[in-house]
Write a protein that binds this ligand. Structure first.
Ligand code: DHB
Length: 391
């Protein structure tokens, strides 16, 4: 009798443990954060990881009754590694979201897995225009290169720049920037003297800059990814291009807030176009920059950080809208058309393309309180990706 009672108690306890375990699993929503934490793009990983953690610190880890768990994985900047990681996150960890994506080839490599598993892929960094077309489960909170570049070409035309050379990293976002800039400036009556393409891995800009010096354009337009701007500026200075009369214009990826302050006075006066500057003058941004610096040993947030911060907001708000349900189709439906005030200004997710609509700012590098900043002086409001808008 005593033995039977004991057995019953043990069984009851085991059952209770099993059910509470299952309930805990159901109550947890996992986000797989795939980022380059090592290698050439490590600053992107560092910035987005810090921003995601700040968002959770400020907003808590509970949404619609669920506990949010962030799982960070280092993709090392390699598409094959990112694919394997995404597969493990989907199959073993049963993540409800894949997020991050510091480079275009990585966002594209994971897209078929997102489609197959019906798991939302929130692109917080990569900027090639066509990425959102690679899967119906992709939504983007970063930017597209054509979106940032066309306003730069407009500004150049309005400011008497006629003959240009372009210099870009030779892969998706660079080719997008080159095309958008060249087509737009040509349409406006300008001339493109050359389109220079530099390898993405371990770039040496010197021979290309010599070519620019020989061609003597009014301006050189540049795109290099986040993390490569400081090396470009160093070689621009070493080649004496700063004294050659060739004006340097670029996307904000070059005058990246993560590196800008270390570039020195060579960066002063450089005009760029982009969606975010740490110097953006708004109460939301002041609060964001202050909190980010405080939580990260005074590291200044860059445009990657704001993409990560807003990506987390998109995930939280989509979950609120589905009442915590993690069905991929329901989450994507919730994301479409969402709009909010970001540290960068007003943004929304285009319901037709799942891409971001945002202001693009024209900025100039200036010294403020002894530090270099991209100071915004013109705003082009509510810019859609022009490549998809033209389709
Ligand atoms: C991409 C990466 C960057 O670091 C950047 O500044 C812009 C675009 C990309 O690979 O898409």
């Amino acid at each position: 009798m005593a033995a039977t009672k004991f057995l019953k108690t043990v069984l009851a306890l085991l059952a209770a443990a099993f059910w509470s375990g299952a309930a805990a699993a159901q109550d947890t929503v996992k986000i797989g954060l795939i980022l380059p934490m090592t290698g050439q793009q490590a600053s992107t990983g560092r910035q987005i990881d810090a921003a995601a953690r700040l968002f959770m610190q400020q907003n808590g880890n509970k949404v619609a009754g669920k506990t949010i768990e962030l799982i960070l994985k280092d993709d090392t900047g390699t598409p094959d590694v990112s694919k394997r990681i995404a597969q493990e996150l989907i199959v073993n960890d049963k993540v409800a979201f894949l997020a991050g994506f510091g480079l275009t080839p990585i966002a594209l490599a994971v897209a078929p897995l997102a489609t197959q598993a019906k798991v939302p892929e929130v692109v917080m960094a990569a900027g090639t225009a066509t990425i959102t077309e690679a899967s119906p489960y992709i939504a983007r909170t970063s930017f597209t290169l054509p979106q940032a570049t066309v306003p730069m070409a407009d500004w150049a035309l309005k400011n008497g720049i006629k003959k240009v050379v372009t210099l870009v990293s030779n892969y998706g976002p660079g080719l997008d920037a080159e095309k958008a800039f060249s087509e737009h400036i040509t349409k406006g009556g300008g001339t493109v003297l050359d389109n220079l393409k530099v390898p993405l891995a371990n770039p040496d800009f010197s021979p290309f800059l010599q070519k620019v010096a020989d061609l003597k354009p009014d301006a050189l337009f540049v795109f290099v990814p986040s993390g490569s701007g400081a090396l470009f500026m160093k070689q621009f200075l070493e080649r004496g291009l700063d004294k050659s009369g060739v004006r340097l214009i670029c996307t904000g990826d070059v005058t990246d807030d993560d590196q800008l302050n270390g570039m020195g006075d060579v960066a002063l006066g450089v005009v760029s176009s982009h969606h975010y500057s740490a110097a953006h003058d708004s109460p939301e941004n002041k609060e964001f920059v202050q909190a980010f610096e405080k939580a990260n040993n005074n590291m200044r947030p860059n445009f990657m950080a704001v993409g990560g911060y807003d990506g987390m907001r998109l995930i939280y708000d989509a979950l609120k809208k589905t009442n915590g349900a993690t069905d991929g189709d329901a989450l994507l439906a919730a994301m479409k058309g969402m709009s909010w005030m970001s540290p960068r200004g007003p943004i929304s997710i285009d319901p037709a393309t799942r891409d971001i609509i945002q202001n693009i700012y024209i900025r100039k590098v200036e010294k403020k309180d002894g530090a270099l900043y991209n100071v915004e002086f013109e705003t082009v409001p509510n810019v859609k990706d022009p490549v998809k808008a033209a389709k």
